[in-house]
Design a protein around this ligand. Structure first.
Ligand code: NDP
Length: 340
């Protein structure tokens, strides 16, 4: 049995879908109420691989909302993630992906130091961040979508916003080692971490967002922003490929320009229909087949009976591990999303 721990993108989103999730009494409630709401299993899932193998899973709604971070409700945010993990473990789930902000909160607040949740001692090998598969899928999206727009990687400048993050640093490693991309632009706020990444890669320019955007042929957004940013399409190169891997999305509004192509980043499409309702609730375009790559990682580990925290800790993702999860992804019928 695999598990997925997820959350909604905003209080407004949570109120709008409370009924569909099975708790209509939450629909009129404000942030205080959501801060004290317990985790719940809201969906049972069946997935069939193209090999014919079938697996079952459960979706745990953590009731975390990004507003909790934006409004300094950090203790509530931490409680949400630990309670959701304990809930998954209590239900005997072998391997659970920590979706969206779950893994970010886990790492940021060193939750590995708090394994005891009431009477449950968390067994961390039952959890994976799913970030190795997400990083792999983002890189395949870069490699496969760029030529379709006439962008030649060997001549291309790629800006990675969130470059020092777990996913961003893995994307940088892959683009450096596995492609002939011309230039990498590294964007984040903490300068020391940027310099460390630059030293590890032996390349890459450290730039602010405003300086970097007009230089980039491809922009990979993987910053952990509770709210998206606005960008002016006029400042971007034409054509420009933007791969938005954030959850919630890093771009606040859809960029509408005929020469700017925005792709939902870190999303996979399965070759067969999945039995579940949760992707409809999070407004996935093709909810029967499309899903977050981090969730697909838990499915892949279940298919392979690899009950281990495959993705764990920050900035530990190697190109070899990305290749390994990539082989499993192809074997079981997942493909990177290439249409917007
Ligand atoms: P991390 O916390 O490890 O990294 C976040 C990165 O973003 C860091 O480099 C951080 O650096 C940077 N950052 C944060 N705020 C800003 C800002 N305002 N401006 C510029 N840079 C910023 O996160 P992950 O790598 O784990 O996740 C990244 C994103 O991917 C998140 O939005 C997450 O929800 C999403 N995600 C998507 C998945 C999918 O399946 N599609 C799966 C898992 C995650 P600094 O703090 O120095 O600025």
């Amino acid at each position: 049995m695999f598990g997925l721990i997820g959350h909604l993108t905003s209080l407004q989103h949570a109120q709008a879908v409370a009924q569909d999730l099975g708790y209509p009494e939450y629909a009129d409630q404000g942030l205080d109420f959501w801060c004290s709401a317990p985790p719940q299993i809201v969906d049972s899932i069946k997935v069939t691989s193209i090999t014919g193998q079938e697996i079952e899973g459960q979706y745990v709604e953590s009731c975390f909302l990004p507003e909790m971070l934006a409004n300094r409700r950090v203790k509530a945010a931490i409680r949400k993630i630990l309670n959701a993990m304990a809930h998954a473990q209590k239900h005997g789930i072998n391997i659970t992906a920590l979706g969206g902000f779950s893994s970010i909160i886990f790492e940021e607040f060193n939750l590995q130091d708090n394994p005891q949740v009431r009477n449950i001692k968390l067994e961390f090998e039952r959890f994976t961040t799913g970030n190795t598969h997400t990083a792999y899928i983002l890189c395949r999206q870069v490699e496969q979508a760029a030529p379709k727009l006439g962008i030649d990687l060997s001549q291309a400048t790629v800006a990675i916003c969130g470059a020092t993050g777990d996913i961003g640093s893995a994307v940088c490693r892959w683009l450096d080692a596995k492609t002939d991309v011309k230039e990498l632009l590294l964007i984040a706020r903490n300068q020391e971490r940027l310099r460390n990444l630059q030293a590890e890669l032996g390349r890459g320019k450290i730039l602010g967002l405003e300086e970097a955007l007009p230089l980039a042929d491809i922009i990979v957004w993987v910053a952990s922003m509770p709210r998206g940013v606005e960008i002016d399409p006029e400042v971007l190169k034409k054509p420009c490929l933007i791969i938005d891997g954030g959850y919630p999305k890093n771009l606040a509004t859809k960029v509408k320009h005929p020469e700017i192509f925005v792709l939902n980043g870190g999303i996979v499409e399965h070759s067969l229909d999945i039995e579940w309702k949760i992707m409809q609730i999070v407004n996935m375009e093709v909810p029967g087949r499309q899903l977050f790559a981090c969730f697909a990682e838990a499915m892949l580990l279940e298919f392979e009976k690899l009950y281990t925290n495959f993705s764990w800790g920050r900035n530990q993702i190697t190109v070899e591990k990305m290749e390994r999860i990539g082989q499993m992804s192809v074997k079981h019928g997942f493909k990177p999303l290439l249409s917007s």
